[in-house]
Design a protein around this ligand. Structure first.
Ligand code: ADP
Ligand code: MG
Length: 234
């Protein structure tokens, strides 16, 4: 059996404030295998972003265990979590999160400039161009983000997420800020990437896009609704 890229066992998350305890996630069991395309959908507030943040080591669970490529990452220090995140995870957010002052090239190159492998400039250039070609934007290399459409900016964000060759892309509402045509183009890019082997886990509240994934996970009130095709861990 192949090692799961991501393996969540009984993951729970409680947000505590002085007056309130929110049980954002309740005993989530989920595997993402190499080459999977998983969508996570459900109504606003059901825990989608919380789950993706824990999967991306941006937040920690309150209970349960989490493994990335077989390594237990449940109780890492902040520094260790950052190291695993840089090496293994590519993020794509609704709001693109590009740096306006930097060119498309420099935005995409950014993860490589902080990478443990310390690639040289020639390697960085080759890799950035490869990734921009994958999203159909190699002709916009010197543009600034604000000279591009929203859909193009999101495709630059996808290239940036890919550049360090992560084990998985974690995608949170990638089309939330886009018109339907640009949204379709972004979803096409993700679909093509998955077809050539990229592992994707995507949060969306749009049922049309959730259906493009091969494994569909439905969340409700912090728990996975059991549905056909969902891989649950025993
Ligand atoms: P979704 O992405 O599905 O809309 P979230 O994961 O953002 O939902 O939120 C799930 C629940 O956790 C909501 O009830 C939300 O209010 C709560 N929540 C999320 N983040 C925090 C936080 N930092 N502090 C307190 N409650 C939070
Ligand atoms: Mg959310």
């Amino acid at each position: 059996m192949s090692t799961a890229i991501l393996l969540l066992k009984n993951i729970g998350k409680i947000f505590e404030t002085e007056e309130l305890e929110t049980h954002a996630l309740k005993s989530i069991n989920l595997t993402v295998n190499k080459g999977d395309y998983v969508s996570i959908s459900g109504p606003s507030g059901c825990g989608k972003s919380t789950l993706l943040s824990i999967m991306g080591l941006l937040d920690v669970s309150s209970s349960g265990e989490y493994f990335i490529e077989g390594v237990n990452v449940t109780d890492l220090s902040l520094d260790q979590a950052a190291e695993v995140r840089n090496a293994k995870i590519g993020f794509i957010f609704q709001s693109f999160n590009l740096i306006d002052e930097l060119s498309v090239f420099d935005n995409v190159a950014l993860p490589l400039r902080y990478h443990a492998d310390k690639p040289n400039n020639a390697t960085i250039k080759k890799r950035v161009i490869e990734c921009l070609e994958k999203v159909g934007l190699s002709h916009r290399i010197s543009h600034k983000p604000n000279q591009l459409s929203g859909g193009q900016q999101q495709r630059v964000a996808i290239a940036r997420a890919l550049v360090a060759n992560p084990a998985v892309l974690l995608v949170d509402e990638p089309t939330g800020n886009l018109d339907s045509k640009s949204a379709d183009q972004v979803m096409d890019v993700l679909d093509q990437l998955n077809k050539v082997g990229t592992t994707i886990c995507m949060v969306t509240h749009d049922p049309r896009y959730a259906d493009m994934a091969r494994t569909k996970v439905q969340l409700l009130d912090g728990a996975i609704l059991h549905s056909p095709g969902v891989k649950l861990v025993g």
